[in-house]
Design a protein around this ligand. Structure first.
Ligand code: BUP
Length: 460
């Protein structure tokens, strides 16, 4: 603690879904809640998007310090075919012995680590007597699954994964349990179970959510219904976008904001499945057919590779011959990064077709834009359940993955889009969630107070 200000060191892991909320937390703690903040940074990043995000953050907020972390040598050939982001989690985890010297040099008074690193950072923090908190970057529903999962495995040893009935929360159907967790030998499963077992040793858990989205689940965790002796849970969301041009990427060549400016209010369907996973060619073509058949205007961010650096395919090749020409008057398709918060806030946007990465869900809620949930992997089906329960959107849970070969037909997609664009009740419910989100983070709101309590705790 310097000059009465706590020094909070943030330890994010890989992928935009994890990095974005850490950046937002860094800004909120540093600019609003009187903390000195450092962010542990591993270079090179897995994706270009992460690198640009970090550069923009440090440029725009010089008060936030960058704490470079050199990974230990790591032989990825042990995990043939593994996802690049999971490999990075593992590389950071195996560099655990290097965290002690890094943190000692930094003079940290509190740590906030990503959940993917919990089991390796908490022991280091304990030895150094630094309180270690977690920023959980997904929904409280997913946190409850994470917390309860080790108990579930013990109670159901040898019988495989089925529906998971979380005491005091709700039943998460088998089909919504992240795919990797069905395979006990998966790299992610080992990391997940170890981290889950360590959650109880954290000083506190910050969740990027707010009462109108996740109140009952957070209450169940607080009351110890899901697991006993759970650490305090702070609902601090929605963590607000960092509004600085320096944090935004170089201008998208598609000039999408100018294009949105020219569209009527709430007439555009915005389609973006996140930064983390490629979409099969056959599904891309069905999506194209569905958007075309819906008759609505659309802005579509297409991603066809897992890591953005590898993405060289032409749009015309990906979406089928003649598609771009046929929709050119009412559709804008781009492979480049768009500033999603800016898009969602734009008054021409009336619907968000989303994979339900948790940041995307919180951004839609903040902007009061209805979501057509189209979850694909990981925590996304659990998050889609939150979207549907909170009334933020609609989830057709039969739109499921089947291995990697799932496909939703263009016809089904188009019918759903048409119905949702015409649904005034849904629009009003989503708008009311936007109002609730703004109230939660305003000075004195529930999430504002939780973050202030957390900052005070770091000072103690
Ligand atoms: Br793609 C894309 N613009 O074009 P999620 C993403 N984003 O601003 P993910 C853009 O990246 P996981 C783009 O606003 C959100 O803050 C988006 O996070 C931003 O999904 C973030 O929504 C993406 O959590 O991660 O990246 O698939 O699945 O790990 O949650």
């Amino acid at each position: 603690v310097a000059d009465g200000r706590p020094h909070v060191v943030l330890i994010p892991s890989a992928g935009m879904g994890h990095l974005v909320p850490f950046g937002r937390l860094a800004v909120a703690l540093s600019s609003v809640h009187g903390c000195d903040v450092s962010v542990v940074t591993v270079l090179p990043t897995v994706s270009t998007a992460e690198l640009k995000h970090l550069e923009g953050l440090f440029d725009a907020f010089p008060a936030i310090r960058r704490l470079d972390f050199q990974l230990a040598a790591f032989d990825a050939s042990e995990f043939p075919g593994a996802d690049a982001f999971f490999l990075r989690f593992e590389a950071i985890r195996r560099s655990a012995p290097l965290f002690g010297p890094l943190l000692a040099g930094a003079g940290a008074s509190a740590l906030v680590t990503d959940v993917t690193l919990t089991s390796i950072v908490i022991p280091v923090a304990k030895e150094m007597r630094i309180p270690c908190h977690i920023l959980f970057t997904s929904s409280a529903a997913m946190l409850s699954l994470c917390a309860y999962f080790p108990t579930y495995l013990e109670d159901n040893a040898g019988s495989g994964i089925g529906d998971v009935d979380i005491p005091g929360v709700f039943r998460i159907p088998k089909a919504s349990i992240p795919q990797a967790l069905h395979d006990p030998n998966h790299l992610f499963t080992g990391q997940f179970v170890e981290n889950s077992r360590s959650l109880a040793n954290a000083a506190g858990i910050l969740v990027n959510t707010f009462d109108a989205l996740d109140l009952e689940t957070v209450a169940a965790l607080q009351q110890g219904s899901a697991v006993s002796s759970f650490p305090p849970v702070f609902s601090v969301g929605p963590l607000l976008p960092v509004c600085s041009p320096a944090v935004n990427e170089a201008k998208n060549p598609a000039n999408y904001i100018e294009w949105l400016d020219a569209q009527p209010a709430r007439s555009v369907v915005y389609v973006n499945f996140g930064s983390r996973k490629a979409i099969l060619g056959v599904q891309l073509k069905e999506l194209a057919a569905g958007l075309e058949a819906s008759g609505h205007r659309f802005l579509w961010v297409v991603k066809s590779t897992v890591v953005d650096k590898d993405d060289a395919a032409e749009l015309s090749e990906l979406l089928g011959e003649g598609f771009l020409e046929r929709v050119q008057k009412r559709g804008l398709v781009t492979k480049a990064w768009v500033e999603q918060e800016e898009v969602l806030k734009h008054e021409s946007v009336g619907l968000f077709v989303s994979h339900c990465g948790w940041n995307s869900v919180t951004e839609a809620a903040t902007s009061g834009v209805p979501v057509l949930a189209f979850p694909r992997m990981g925590d996304q089906r659990v998050n889609a359940g939150v979207v549907a329960r909170a009334g933020l959107g609609v989830w057709v849970d039969s739109w499921s993955w089947e291995g990697e070969d799932w496909v939703v037909s263009g016809e089904d997609l188009s019918e759903k889009v048409k119905a949702m664009m015409a649904d005034e009740v849904l629009r009003k419910t989503a708008a009311s969630l936007g109002v609730a989100a703004a109230a939660a983070v305003a000075n004195g709101g529930s999430s504002y107070r939780c973050l202030a309590d957390f900052a005070r705790l770091c000072l103690a």
